[in-house]
Design a protein around this ligand. Sequence first.
Ligand code: NAD
Length: 260
Amino acid sequence: MPNVKTAIVTGSTSGIGLAIAEALAADGCNIVVNSFSDTPQDHAIAKQIAEKHKIETAYIKADMSKPDECRALIAKSAERFGSVDILVNNAGIQHVAPVEEFPIGKWDAIIAINLSSAFHTIAAAIPLMKANGGGRIVNIASAHGLVTSPFKSAYVAAKHGILGLTKTVALEVARDRITCNAVCPGYVLTPLVEAQIPDQMKTHKMDRETVIREIMLAKQPTKEFVTVEQVAAATLYLCSPAAAQINGTHISIDGGWTAE
Ligand code: NAD
């Protein structure tokens, strides 16, 4: 791999993705910041990361619900920086509803963004990583990739799916100095989780504080939210030389949730 690595983090204008982009930049990687929009704010985020960490960044718009844009993100990143060394599939959305009322469009969008996008980016990145002599792929899954909760059928299906994809890819590239792993966070207080609170309040007929304590952190034995920095640190570790023999597995960061 080249001295200065290039890392692509999908969905990195907010929450966990932004923290991962920051951590990889602090480690000296050039960063491709991505989201589906193309606003001055998106470009400003990339510029701030570059200035803060004295590395190069590019904001590349790509809608992860669209296969062609997923693949184009990888091609444009390689064109801009000359290589793709680290791919973090992080973009994700959520919708909470009973399965019989689950909107078909929401199901399709969640499967596309939370699962199929990783198939497309991985397929496009692997030839570049092989040509470069190695690479790292980290898929941001979830505790919901291992266990389930009611009313999250699409999200849980996508997150279980991405762990299967992670293990399959890991075996396929094991001889190419490429590793493919997942990180499974419990509840991290990000805009995605914040946005679930009103739906959960409606579904469970509870106030905000009760939803946080009884529904969200009910499953997290530590009763504390995971931080974005903790997820970023695990991702950085999986991209480090120390993790060269970690392949086809996941790191849970869920305060003990999935130990039950
Ligand atoms: P977030 O809403 O803060 O950030 C999501 C990011 O994805 C944003 O940058 C958004 O612009 C981007 N995005 C959304 N749709 C996109 C699309 N179509 N194309 C490109 N980018 C798109 O969410 P977050 O909480 O930081 O979640 C990030 C990942 O972590 C998701 O995969 C999520 O499932 C996973 N995760 C989150 C939690 C949690 O508690 N927050 C727990 C476990 C796993």
